[in-house]
Design a protein around this ligand. Structure first.
Ligand code: NAD
Length: 288
């Protein structure tokens, strides 16, 4: 018989916005106290206030391993346990490889990968002692299938899927569960704030590019419901949305077809980028 899912204490990193905020709300709805941990303290406080007396806020930069450990330890000191750790904080990055530099790679690796490693390590130490707990890492559909024109993003998200699925096997004997969330495109501020976006990938072009692949965005609320249902049923990988289900299965069961579609996407992305670069050069020429 599966144990009932009744978390008492949870932490959600990147919990002040988008998917993290919606997961925090779902967990509060399931009866958990939720600590909303975010770089943006004002937004974290506003979220906690919205969620009511079962939520609290803390400022946290997941890039700082000691700070992550301190937050986890403080939560355990105050509440006596940690049932769910959601390592969700992340940043969006886009652009062809030749448009990106070290800053993009550093940002992606620091936040999207190291940030998750820090959360996993800190929570695992507590959960090993408890011999219980559930770690949920937010990856992406870009962690299951190659996402051309977003290399730092897809690289780190694949790493998060690998980390999560390997740790799940390692942790099982200790009574610790590990799941990874892999949604398609979700309508959140992330789509409007790509880190240091090259001109061709900035502003509204992200949303219009995304619509070519996935005409309707998922909502954060739907994604969060699927995520927490996935925790309750202890799913290893939680894909969310039609695009995620179809493309993940296509890559496993019809790899040549999936690779052909991914190649089409890459070719389209290059065409869009080169057109944008041509327009920018034309504009600069006219101004000169
Ligand atoms: N939006 C999508 O289409 C989509 C799809 C798949 C996966 N994801 C992933 O979901 C997660 C949440 O993204 P979202 O779409 O809700 O974005 P969002 O921008 O709405 O929220 C991200 C939150 O993370 C916080 N954050 C950023 N850097 C941080 C850091 N160093 N330390 C602590 N907090 C930090 C931000 O302040 C923000 O509150 C990310 O890991 C993202 O990669 C997003």
């Amino acid at each position: 018989m599966r144990k009932a899912f009744a978390p008492q204490v949870s932490i959600v990193t990147g919990g002040a916005s988008g998917i993290g905020k919606a997961i925090a709300a779902e967990l509060v709805g399931r009866g958990s106290h939720v600590v909303v941990a975010d770089l943006d303290l004002a937004a974290a406080r506003a979220t906690a206030q919205e969620l009511g007396s079962r939520a609290s806020a803390v400022e946290l930069d997941v890039v700082d391993a000691a700070a992550v450990r301190a937050v986890v330890d403080a939560v355990v000191a105050e509440h006596g346990r940690l049932d769910v750790m959601v390592n969700n904080a992340g940043v969006g990055l886009g652009g062809l490889l030749e448009e990106l530099d070290e800053r993009h790679w550093d940002k992606a690796i620091d936040v999207n990968l190291r940030g998750v490693v820090h959360g996993v390590t800190a929570a695992y130490a507590v959960m090993r002692t408890q011999r219980s707990g559930h770690i949920l890492n937010t990856a992406s559909l870009a962690g299951l299938i190659p996402a051309p024109s977003m290399l730092p993003y897809t690289t780190t998200k694949h790493a998060v899927v690998g980390l999560s699925t390997a740790l799940r096997a390692e942790a099982a004997a200790l009574g610790i569960r590990v799941s990874v969330l892999c949604p398609g495109f979700v309508d959140t501020p992330l789509l409007d704030s790509m880190y240091e976006a090259p001109a061709s990938f900035g502003g509204s072009s992200v949303r219009s590019r995304v619509r070519m692949l996935q005409p309707r965005f998922l909502t954060a609320e739907h994604t969060a419901r699927r995520a927490v249902d996935g925790l309750a049923s202890d799913k290893a990988v939680i894909p969310v949305g039609f695009l995620a289900h179809v493309s993940w299965r296509a890559l496993r069961y019809a790899p040549p077809l999936a690779r052909a579609v991914i190649q089409l996407q890459a070719t389209g992305a290059r065409r869009i980028t080169e057109r944008a670069a041509g327009r920018a050069a034309g504009g600069a020429g006219r101004r000169a």
